[in-house]
Design a protein around this ligand. Structure first.
Ligand SMILES: NC(=O)C1=CN([C@@H]2O[C@H](COP(=O)(O)OP(=O)(O)OC[C@H]3O[C@@H](n4cnc5c(N)ncnc54)[C@H](OP(=O)(O)O)[C@@H]3O)[C@@H](O)[C@H]2O)C=CC1
Ligand SMILES: O=C(O)C1=N[C@H](C(=O)O)C[C@H](O)C1
Length: 267
C-alpha cells in the first residue's frame, strides 16, 4: 500500500518541489494539493512541471482532508499560519510533516498536546537538508570547546521570517551544549542600530536577504588565537527532498511528535 500524501503550500517554492519528489517516489502517492491561492480546479501537474495529474489545487484544507483522507500532509506554507494548519491536520486524524518555520518551543508543546488528543504522530524539522543537520550537530559539538559563537544565515529575498528557523535551532543546540550561559558583559557602541544582529543568550544572529541566494548558513566560533567556521549551502531546493520523503515514511511508523530530522536519521 502506498502512503497517501497531501501537500499544503503546493503553489509555493517548496510545495512544487515536494509535489515532484512525492510523485517520483514509488512508495508514495500524491492525493491532494492545497494552497490558499488554489482555485479548486487547476491541475497541480502542469504547475509543478510534471504533466497531468488530475489533482486540483484546493484552497480549503479541512474540507480537502475530510474528503480525501490522506495519511500524511506535508506543510510548507507560512510562519503566520502554520500552527492553525497543524491543528487542522491533526484534528482530521492526519499526520503532519512540517517544514514551515516559526514554530516556537511553546508551540511545540501545543502540538504534542494535539498529538495526544487526536492520536496522531507528526514530524517537524526546521531544515530537511542532511548537510544542514550535520552543520547543526557539528556546531553543537564545537560549542563544548569554543563557547563563543555567532551565526550568519543567508537566504533569498522572498523569505519573510528572520532569523531563519535553522539559525534559531542552531543557537538552541549551541546553548544546550556549551555548558555556560551568556557572554562576558562588555559595553558596545552600536553606531548603526542592529549592526550586531539579534541575540540569543550571547549567541549573535545575523540575517542576510539577497536575490540569487537559496539557503545558506555559517556558524563562526572564536577561541584564543583561532577561529572555526562551519558552513552549509543549499544551492537548490532539491537538497531538502530526501529528508522530506524520509520523514513522510518515518511518520507512519511513529506515535509521537518528533522535532528535528536528526532524530529520524541513522547518525
Ligand atoms: N524545513 C525546511 O527544510 C525548509 C523550510 N522552509 C520553510 O517553508 C516555508 C515555505 O517556504 P517557501 O515554499 O519558500 O514559501 P512560498 O511563499 O514560496 O510558498 C508558500 C505557499 O503557501 C501558501 N500558503 C500560505 N499560507 C497558507 C495556508 N494557511 N494554507 C495553505 N497554503 C498557504 C502561500 O500562499 P501566499 O503566497 O498567498 O502566502 C504560498 O503559495 C517557510 O516557512 C520556509 O522558511 C523552506 C525551505 C526548506
Ligand atoms: O525559507 C527558506 O528558504 C528556508 N527556510 C528554513 C529556515 O528558515 O531555516 C530552512 C532553509 O534554511 C530554507
Amino acid at each position: 500500500m502506498k502512503i497517501k500524501v497531501a501537500v499544503s503550500g503546493a503553489l509555493g517554492n517548496m510545495g512544487k518541489e515536494v509535489i515532484r519528489a512525492v510523485t517520483a517516489d514509488a512508495d508514495l502517492e500524491l492525493v491532494a494539493a492545497i494552497d490558499t491561492n488554489g482555485d479548486n480546479t487547476s491541475d497541480i501537474g502542469p504547475i509543478a512541471h510534471i504533466g497531468e495529474t488530475n489533482i486540483p489545487v484546493n484552497n480549503d484544507m479541512a474540507k480537502t482532508l475530510r474528503e480525501i483522507k490522506p495519511d500524511v500532509v506535508v506543510d510548507f506554507t507560512s510562519p503566520y499560519t502554520v500552527m492553525q494548519n497543524v491543528e487542522t491536520i491533526m484534528a482530521a486524524g492526519v499526520r503532519p510533516v512540517v517544514g514551515t518555520t516559526g514554530i516556537t518551543e511553546a508551540d511545540l508543546e501545543k502540538i504534542k498536546g494535539w498529538s495526544e488528543k487526536y492520536g496522531v504522530s507528526g514530524i517537524i524539522a526546521p531544515n530537511f537538508a542532511i548537510g544542514a543537520v550535520l552543520m547543526m550537530l557539528f556546531a553543537a559539538q564545537a560549542a563544548k570547546y569554543l563557547p563563543d559563537a555567532e551565526i550568519i544565515e543567508l537566504h533569498h529575498d522572498k523569505k519573510v521570517d528572520a532569523p531563519s528557523g535553522t539559525a534559531i535551532k542552531t543557537a538552541e543546540m549551541i546553548l544546550k551544549s556549551r555548558g555556560r550561559s551568556g557572554r562576558e558583559a562588555r559595553e558596545e557602541l552600536e553606531k548603526v542600530k542592529g549592526a550586531r544582529g539579534g541575540e540569543m543568550d550571547g549567541v549573535n544572529l545575523h540575517s542576510v536577504r539577497l536575490p540569487g541566494l537559496v539557503a545558506h548558513q555559517e556558524v563562526l566560533f572564536g577561541g584564543i588565537g583561532q577561529t572555526l567556521s562551519i558552513r552549509h549551502d543549499s544551492i537548490d531546493r532539491t537538497s531538502f527532498m530526501p529528508g522530506v520523503v524520509l520523514a513522510v515514511k518515518e511518520v507512519m511508523k511513529k506515535e509521537e511528535v518528533i522535532y528535528g530530522l536528526e532524530n529520524i536519521l541513522n547518525l
